[in-house]
Unconditional design. Structure first.
Length: 331
């Protein structure tokens, strides 16, 4: 049986830190509110001249290095982002040009914060079908480029970062992606959206004056969706792999709000030793939040050869989903 195995993992976060105390000087907020409502203490901010593809290059090079490969070994680049360098062409194309002189097929996918899970699931299907052997799945978002730092309800939440994995086809491996579950319900599309700049509402002086090029979110409604979507994603992913919650070594959830993660832990009666949380230091980095958490878990020795992990996410769309995978197969 052919499986997609994660043979390399790499991440990147910008150097600049924006703390809650920095935000207190920018909007009407305070450290106590942010920590108690979200769990966030600080987040990383890309430089003005650092775009989504620039962060993606670092994460991709680290993942390739981890896999002992060069970009020339890749068959496909699947790039998850909500903040592409430009509306078109794809950021995958720009990334390919930075990584290799050889042409490599690639495409962007946009699935809100669920983009990482969508990317892994789609790449695994392409590998299992025998169409490609080595796919680089990349997640990079510069949310600071679409965050309104005059709107306290969103300004405190988001940070920038990137992650990447190399997925390789392996026959009869005990490791790799065991199952996935993807879903979307567009009736909630306007609950979390960047209103202007697309074909519905092209850029104009009015859209700029009305601050419509910044993301808008109905936080409470997204929160209510998220506390249902996260358990659904975990349960459906596990069921498709023929596993149960008792089999989980690590739940690596999208880091959007500590209270959403804690609700999932209570739902499944999971101890904190089995759940990766790093929202405190990075905030919500959208597509990058799960790979950043995976990388930290690995460095801390919590993600080990043979660990059964469930990656679960939700986000704009509304989208949600999970990937169940057994870690191992890296060099
Ligand atoms: O990854 C993409 C998906 N996004 C999410 O998962 C986000 C989901 N939503 C959330 O995480 C939460 O809804 C938020 C963190 C965004 C907001 O937390 P909340 O507990 O739902 O707060 P709220 O929106 O109900 O606001 C409570 C109060 C309000 O004041 P009043 O009306 O009670 O006087 C807000 O105006 O807190 C106020 N508030 C703030 N106060 C200080 C809102 N933002 C802030 C702030 N600092 N930054």
């Amino acid at each position: 049986m052919r499986r997609a195995v994660m043979t390399g993992l790499g991440t990147y976060v910008p150097e600049r830190i924006l703390s809650n105390h920095d935000l207190e000087r920018m909007v009407d907020t305070n450290d106590e509110w942010i920590v108690s409502r979200t769990g966030i203490r600080e987040r990383r901010m890309a430089r003005n001249d650092e775009a989504t593809s620039d962060m993606a290059v670092h994460a991709a090079e680290r993942a390739l290095d981890d896999a002992g490969l060069s970009a020339d070994d890749l068959d496909f680049i699947l790039m998850a982002t909500n903040t592409p360098d430009t509306v078109f062409p794809s950021t995958a194309a720009r990334l390919q040009a930075r990584l290799s002189e050889r042409p490599i097929a690639g495409v962007d996918l946009q699935a809100g914060c669920t983009g990482w899970v969508y990317g892994l699931a789609m790449a695994a299907s392409m590998i299992e079908a025998g169409v490609y052997r080595r796919i680089l799945v990349v997640a990079s978002d510069k949310l600071s480029s679409i965050t309104d730092y005059e709107d306290r309800s969103t300004a405190v939440l988001f940070g920038d970062g990137a992650g990447a994995v190399v997925l390789e086809a392996m026959e009869d491996s005990p490791y790799g992606i065991l199952s996935s579950y993807l879903n979307a319900d567009g009736r909630g599309a306007d609950l979390l959206a960047l209103p202007a700049g697309g074909s519905r509402w092209p850029a104009s002086k009015d859209t700029v004056d009305s601050r419509l090029h910044f993301l808008k979110m109905s936080g409470n409604e997204v929160f209510r969706f998220a506390v249902k979507a996260m358990p659904d994603a975990v349960e459906q992913g596990l069921a498709r792999a023929g596993l149960t919650v008792q089999d989980i070594d690590l739940l690596i959830p999208h880091q959007a709000n500590q209270r959403i993660i804690e609700a999932a832990m209570r739902h499944f009666d999971l101890p904190s030793s089995k759940v990766i949380q790093n929202i405190e230091r990075y905030g919500n980095t959208s597509v990058a939040s799960i790979p950043l958490a995976m990388d930290e878990a690995r460095q801390e020795g919590r993600l080990q050869n043979g660990s059964l992990m469930v990656l679960a996410a939700f986000g704009a769309g509304l989208t949600w989903g999970s990937v169940v995978a057994r870690w191992g197969g890296c060099q």
